[in-house]
Design a protein around this ligand. Structure first.
Ligand code: ZN
Length: 241
């Protein structure tokens, strides 16, 4: 398989090359900036100290910012299952989108086409285990790529985890409250899936952020940070062995 990409190297990466086998994650981001050119400038400027391996433009074109075997600086403080500092283990993909603070918009068809093509290429090449969003590995700090990201569509093409439940039935228990016991069961499921159990400072606020991260990934129709029956059933299904 071949991918078409333009080179526009960023200086923001670790000079030491990593081993091929160390790459286990794909992490998706949105740029969170209105202007695409400015977003590329930021990711390639020494001052910003941020980068990613790939950048997907509004028109679907792909740019390589950092070669895959170098650690790029996209994830920050992050964790998933037993893994910490996910930069070390991941390929970071930035997608042009103004984000929640600037009129968050749908990803374009051309972008989605490129996301799928690039993901399939990387999954095959590195035998990638985890395909996640920034908010999954840093739920207390990040919202990207957000609830408009096409997780369900990607999963039908065998990219990323999804559940196996009847959606119509599920939607009937949306916003249906659950008891304390079920709330705890849901949170346990989250930790089992891979979300961090470490709640920094404000426990109440951070629990809601964790629930929102789950919703942005698996229940995009309602992002309210509250555990309901639909969320519980999805999490049960995802942890079923
Ligand atoms: Zn991000």
């Amino acid at each position: 398989m071949h991918i078409n990409t333009t080179l526009n190297y960023s200086p923001n990466f670790n000079p030491k090359k990593r081993k091929f086998k160390q790459i286990k994650f794909i992490i998706f981001h949105y740029t969170g900036m209105k202007n695409e050119k400015e977003a590329i400038q930021r990711l390639t400027s020494v001052k910003s100290k941020v980068s990613s391996h790939y950048f997907i433009k509004n028109n679907g074109e792909l740019i390589t910012l950092v070669p895959e075997l170098y650690v790029s600086w996209h994830a920050g403080i992050s964790s998933w299952q037993k893994y910490k500092s996910i930069n070390k283990y991941s390929i970071g993909i930035e997608i042009s989108n103004p984000g929640h603070d600037n009129n968050y918009k749908k990803f374009s068809k051309k972008q989605i086409h490129s996301i799928l093509k690039l993901s399939k290429y990387l999954i095959k090449k590195y035998n990638i285990k985890f395909v996640l969003g920034h908010s999954d590995i840093a739920p207390y700090r990040k919202k990207d790529p957000g609830e408009k990201f096409p997780w369900k569509y990607l999963s039908t093409n065998r990219v990323g985890l999804w559940y196996d439940l009847n959606e119509k039935k599920l939607s009937k228990v949306r916003a249906v409250k659950v008891d304390k016991h079920d709330e705890n069961k849901f949170l346990k499921n989250l930790y089992k899936i891979g979300y961090s159990r470490f709640l920094p400072t404000d426990k109440y606020k951070n629990k809601r952020l964790l629930i929102k991260a789950f919703q942005r990934r698996f229940r995009q129709e309602l992002i309210n940070g509250l555990i309901d029956k639909e969320c519980l059933l999805i999490s049960n299904n995802l942890t079923k062995t």
